[in-house]
Design a protein around this ligand. Structure first.
Ligand code: NAP
Length: 255
């Protein structure tokens, strides 16, 4: 029986794991989570939680578990684990595939300002006070304490701890997917004039961008970090399934 480890924390990782579990009983699938979310979505596959201890720890784990294929289906901004994974398979000789959803692309009517990091995004907001919808996840929200002249509405899955060191901030806990009509109502109700988000791509959280386009609201778009080079990469779950099928239908080819 071939063994696959999926590095997850994304909808795609969950969907891929569930599909393999349902349709490929001859594969043993383990979904690996970082263990950051207090209440992760329940999964019908074997899961493990927590870091491996860097690339060496991951390589040891892959060897000890007899893993044939490592799939990096982590979030496009989870860059450390992606680089660790690329290093780990190099040293352990295990095959790897990355599943990384396509980035969003600016379209007619969008008013995007691009930033390379949360710190850069905080600076891009400028000196004049804005009402900002901050939706970059809880881990890096703290960078906006450097721009306390703005009012923030912060939306995240888990609470932002510690809260921003600013005079005006409200916190909303919510998990996507979100719907455009509700996002539009939300932006209007909070008098948002600027959204700050990461270029995560995908459908689950794109609704805020569609709403911003229709309302003419500015978006500070944090660009993706560079993924590791030389890793075979697909963008969708169905492409990943086809790739996996191909890999395991060639038993004589080196994995
Ligand atoms: P990161 O900075 O790339 O990784 C930090 C450390 O967390 C890694 O070095 C690794 O620890 C551990 N880790 C990360 N993903 C793991 C996984 N799937 N299984 C086991 N260990 C993992 O990652 P991050 O940005 O903190 O993201 C953490 C998790 O949240 C990821 O799984 C990602 O898919 C998900 N996520 C991230 C974002 C985001 O914007 N960054 C958004 C949505 C979901 P060791 O070095 O000890 O192995």
């Amino acid at each position: 029986m071939h063994r696959i480890v999926i590095l997850g924390g994304t909808t795609e990782a969950r969907l891929l794991a569930a599909d393999l579990q349902r349709h490929k009983p001859d594969l043993s699938v383990i979904l690996s989570l970082a263990g950051r979310t207090a209440a992760p979505v329940e999964m019908p596959v074997v899961t493990r939680s927590g870091g491996f201890g860097g690339p060496e720890g991951l390589a040891d784990y892959l060897r000890a578990e007899g893993v044939d294929l490592l799939i990096d289906a982590t979030h496009p901004f989870a860059n450390r684990i992606s680089h660790n994974a690329a290093l780990a398979v190099k040293t352990s000789g295990i095959r790897m595939l990355a599943l990384r959803r396509a980035a969003w692309v600016e379209q007619a009517g969008d008013r995007w300002m691009k930033a390379a990091s949360p710190e850069a995004a905080a600076a891009v907001l400028g000196q004049l006070p804005r009402t900002v919808f901050l939706t970059i996840g809880r881990q890096e929200a703290g960078a906006f304490s450097a721009a306390p002249q703005h009012r923030y509405i912060v939306r995240s899955v888990d609470p932002v701890e510690p809260p921003l060191d600013v005079a005006q901030a409200d916190y909303i806990l919510a998990r996507g997917p979100f719907v455009e009509s509700q996002e539009r109502e939300f932006l209007v109700a909070h008098a948002i004039d600027t959204i700050v988000c990461k270029n995560s791509g995908g459908d689950a959280t794109v609704a805020k961008l569609l709403a911003a386009r229709s309302l003419g609201i500015e978006v500070v778009m944090i660009e993706r970090p560079e993924p590791p080079v030389g890793v075979e990469t697909v963008e969708t779950v169905s492409e990943a399934l086809m790739c996996i099928e191909t890999i395991f239908s060639q038993p004589s080819s080196p994995l």
